[in-house]
Design a protein around this ligand. Structure first.
Ligand code: NAP
Length: 279
């Protein structure tokens, strides 16, 4: 039986073992999917161990995604673009690095019938998730993506990668209201609203400025409906949480690990049932 796992710190909360375990059973693939706590600064040592112990591949979460980049023999286009690896395959002692976050987000949007091409987007946050989403939206033909972040220099750095589409801005209520007025899609990639330590928006006035036809997405899936999504729904907006992205990035990761083509929409429905109803 081949071995896969997710590495991170913390990692015990990760949904990856549940998602991959379900997919492996459904597809009858002879792999086991584990989790391994690997501390910051120990990424290189982990990679050597994974090779020595015969792992076929692994997913990575905080704090390893960027540290893995220089350790890969081959990087796919998205991992290069984001400077971050969330899926690594080990074949013939060589490491192949991928990043399935941006593709996962796009597939989740497509499931909800939310289009990207030609759209003006208001994107909140400039961390790792924001980078994957912003660069993918730009690559897929968004007309403009305004990247608003509390720490403005991080938004400026991100936007340098595609200045024709990405524009940095601050996170003040005035700026968010002004940019919301002209937006057709709002995506929260900040941790505001996340259960536990995420904190909360101090001011939701930007939602009132958003055109009624604009969709509102939150990358957060715990809670399933953040305060942002609740208010957006009550305001008549179409809403989407982060669960679809989580499911699709796992589906794309398993396609890399096992070199298989998965019926993505059917598997995403199956995994959604497992997460939402525990079946
Ligand atoms: P990250 O790199 O730590 O970035 C966090 C972002 O949130 C930064 O832009 C940060 O701004 C902003 N932020 C945090 N506290 C804030 C506050 N009080 N006011 C304003 N902005 C604040 O985290 P990440 O990996 O990008 O993840 C961001 C969120 O996306 C998390 O909630 C995570 O669960 C979710 N996520 C979901 C998926 C999925 O599959 N659905 C995948 C990845 C991430 P500063 O730069 O100013 O600190």
């Amino acid at each position: 039986m081949k071995k896969l796992c997710v590495i991170g710190d913390p990692v015990a909360h990760s949904k990856s073992p549940l998602l991959h375990g379900t997919m492996l059973r459904e597809l009858g693939l002879d792999y086991v999917y584990l989790f391994q706590q690997v501390k910051r600064g120990e990424t290189d040592a982990w990679v050597e161990r994974a090779k020595a112990e015969g792992f076929a591949g692994f997913n990575a979460t905080m704090p390893h995604k960027e540290a893995l980049v220089p350790l890969m023999d081959v990087l796919d286009e998205d991992a290069q673009m984001y400077g971050s690896v969330n899926t690594a395959c080990i074949k013939n002692n060589r490491l192949y690095g991928y990043n399935t976050d941006g593709r996962g987000f796009l597939a989740a949007l497509a499931d909800e019938g939310i289009s990207v091409a030609g759209r003006r987007v208001l994107l909140l946050g400039a961390g790792g998730a924001a980078k994957a989403v912003a660069l993918k939206l730009a690559q897929r033909g968004a007309d403009r993506v305004n990247v608003c972040n509390r720490t403005i220099w991080k938004a400026e750095e991100l936007c340098k990668q595609n200045p024709e589409v990405l524009t940095p801005a601050d996170f003040s209520p005035d700026t968010l209201r002004r940019l919301a007025k002209e937006s057709e899609l709002l995506v929260n990639c900040s941790s505001l609203g996340m259960a536990g330590t995420g904190g909360q928006f101090e001011n939701f006035s930007f939602l009132k400025a958003l055109p009624g036809s604009a969709a509102v997405c939150d990358l957060i899936y715990h809670p399933a409906e953040t305060e942002l999504l609740r208010r957006a729904r009550l305001g008549g907006h179409r809403t989407m949480n982060g669960l679809g992205m989580l499911l699709w990035q796992a589906i794309f990761a398993l396609e890399h690990f096992a070199d298989v083509k998965i019926d993505g929409p059917a598997m995403a429905r199956r995994l959604r049932g497992v997460i939402e109803q525990g079946r």
